[in-house]
Structure formats: C-alpha cells, structure tokens
Design a binder for this molecule. Sequence first.
Ligand SMILES: NC(=O)c1ccc[n+]([C@@H]2O[C@H](COP(=O)([O-])OP(=O)(O)OC[C@H]3O[C@@H](n4cnc5c(N)ncnc54)[C@H](OP(=O)(O)O)[C@@H]3O)[C@@H](O)[C@H]2O)c1
Length: 364
Amino acid sequence: MPKAFVTAATGSQGSALCRLLLSKPSASPSSGAAEPWTVVSTTRNTSSPAAIALAELGVGLTQAEWDNTPALEAAIQGCTHLFLNLMPNLKTMESELPLAEKILDIAGRSGVKHIIYSSAYTGNDDKKDKPKDKATNGDDGDDDDNSSPIAKLMNALHDGKYAIEKLVLSYAHAQNTTTTTTTSTSSIQTATVLRPGFFQLNFLLPRVSMMYPALPSTRVWTTALRADTPIPMVDVRDIARLAALVFDQPARFNGKVLPVWGELLIPGQIMAELGAAVAELEKEQGSTGTKGSRGAEFKAEFLTDEQVAERKPTDLFANVQLLMRGMGRAAAEVHPPPSYGVEMTSFREFLAAERELVKKTYLP
Ligand SMILES: NC(=O)c1ccc[n+]([C@@H]2O[C@H](COP(=O)([O-])OP(=O)(O)OC[C@H]3O[C@@H](n4cnc5c(N)ncnc54)[C@H](OP(=O)(O)O)[C@@H]3O)[C@@H](O)[C@H]2O)c1
C-alpha cells in the first residue's frame, strides 16, 4: 500500500497534497488497481487549526520539530513516497540543505522508493554554477555583501534550493547508471524536482499580511518588480495535482525537473484581476458608493532604483522581488511549461474559487 511522508503538511503545498492523496487512491504500478494512500507527517503543534483539520482527514501527525531526528525516523519508517518541501531556518539563516540531507538519508534507510522535492522557480540555475555576474547585480537579488542577515537568508533561499535539487537528482541518477555513488545503498529509486512559480495565495490572508501588509487597506502594491516583469503564477493545488501524478507515474518523471505554473502576468494585470474580483464582491454586497467600485483602485506602484537600493539592506521582500525580476525574464523564455495533462488554474479562476478569502482579505 502506498504511504507518503509529506513534509510541511500543515503548509499550503503540503496540505493541498495531503487532501488530494487522501481523496484519490493511487493506481498500483503492478496491477493498476486503486490503492488508498496512507499519509503521515510531523508538525510543531498538533493543536493548530491546520493540524487538527489534517488529522480529521486522516493524516497521521507526530508533534516534532524538524531537528528531532528520532521522531522523523519513526514517522518516515515504512513510507514508500516522500514529498520534500522545506523552509530555510529563520533562526540561523541557514539553508534547507542540512535538513534535506538528513531527511533523504532517513528516507533511503526507511524503504522510501519515490521522492519529489518542491523547490522554487528562480530561472537562475545555470548562473549558480558560474562566478557571479556583476552586470546583473542589483537586478536579480545577488548581493555582494554576504554578511547581513538578509544576504544570508537570500543565499539560503536561492543557493540552498539549487543544492538540494542537485542532491535529489543524484538519487535518480544513481538508478540510471551503474556508477557506485553514496546513494547506491539507498532504497530511493526515483526522484523528481518541481519548480513552482509564484503562489497566487500570496495575495490573500494570511500571507499577504506578511508579504504586502499595506495592500489590503491601500489597494496599492508597492513593489521592486518592474512594470513589465512577467510573474509565473501558480495555484498550490496545481502543484499538488502534479505531485500526485508524479507519485502515480514515478518512472515517467524520474530525473526530471518540472517548472510549474499556469500563466504569466505582469504586476498591473495581477492588480487588475484582483480589482475585478473585489469589485464583483462589492457589487454583490451593494457596497459600491456614488464614486463606483473601489475595486478599480487596485494598482501596482514601482520603487525607483534609489528606493530599491535604500530598502535592499533591510527589506527581505524587496530582495525577493529583485530575485523575481530574473525569474520573470527566464520564465518568459520557457513559457508555457508542459502541464503533463494537469490543467493549470488561472489567477481569475483562483480568485473565484477563493471568494470568501478574497472578501475576508479586502472587504473585512
Ligand atoms: N510563496 C511562494 O510564492 C513560493 C513559491 C515557490 C516556492 N516557495 C517555497 O515554498 C516553501 C514553503 O512552502 P509552503 O508555502 O507550502 O509552506 P507554508 O505554508 O509557508 O508553511 C510552512 C510549513 O513549514 C512547517 N515548518 C516550518 N518550520 C518548521 C520546523 N522548524 N519544524 C517543522 N516544521 C516546520 C510548518 O509546519 P508547522 O507550523 O505545522 O510545524 C508549515 O507546515 C518555501 O521553501 C518557499 O521558498 C514559495
């Protein structure tokens, strides 16, 4: 029977995958018969609303921090599949790499056969193996000052994910060659990397309060992006759908790196979609005043180069947006990525599906 360990199960990607796996049996590779999933994970707080909701669905949760190795070993033991999705350590500004190494080692000793790593699309992977290009410094998040906490976190976000991708793919390559590698004793047989674009839910509660706290009240998205930066937008449920497909057909996706997004939108288009969704809700509520719907007020404003330079040492999200400039350029070159039959949700469809959350975020 298939049994998945889903890291960060209470998070946005993890909870979408847990829900999907538990609602849809796996097709057995040998018989083709439908086999129900068992899904397990750890959480730091089994009493959180997200953990309680997952437990009610049937996810087996152990209360543990990721640094609790015995708890991870016990939870992963007997699993056949691993969905790896981690966060940099915000206390130490350390990358996800040490944690990924530990979890992959445990998985390989515990019978796990198929792994997926959910990384992030940065579009800079080729550059990461080359010396830093000074010409692009300041436009894509590279920072020569590696000592500040922000620079450390950016490196943890940027370089750590790429290092994990390489590590994860080494498990796929170990199966594809006769070369003896450090992973050859591992039970892992197939490995796939997903590179999601920018989450559509970043514009809704609770995330918007952290990422763009002024947006719900001002309806102005002040950003270090350029007006023409294309953003590859993704619904986390589509990441889950693709992950479930990879779990069902691991050999098909072994060793592959799959970019995941549906459409490219520039900041002005994102604000226009958001404005239209809010205007529709205002109309339903009868809250449009004599001046018409406030939904039309949504707009993006762009920081000048001087303002970006001022914010760079202290503003994490300005740095992330600089990184996203490069991501957007690279995404435009490979757009649209293959969907493998998983229909990607547009931002408009996402906002319609999340209308209650849109209301809570923008019309409290
Ligand atoms: N936002 C975007 O647009 C975007 C795009 C591409 C990739 N990403 C990447 O997505 C990842 C985040 O995934 P997500 O958004 O699905 O997660 P999320 O919703 O931010 O949730 C974070 C998860 O991590 C768990 N967690 C955090 N620290 C932990 C610790 N010390 N021990 C155990 N668990 C811990 C939390 O579990 P508990 O609280 O239950 O313990 C929670 O499940 C990041 O690596 C980010 O770089 C984000």
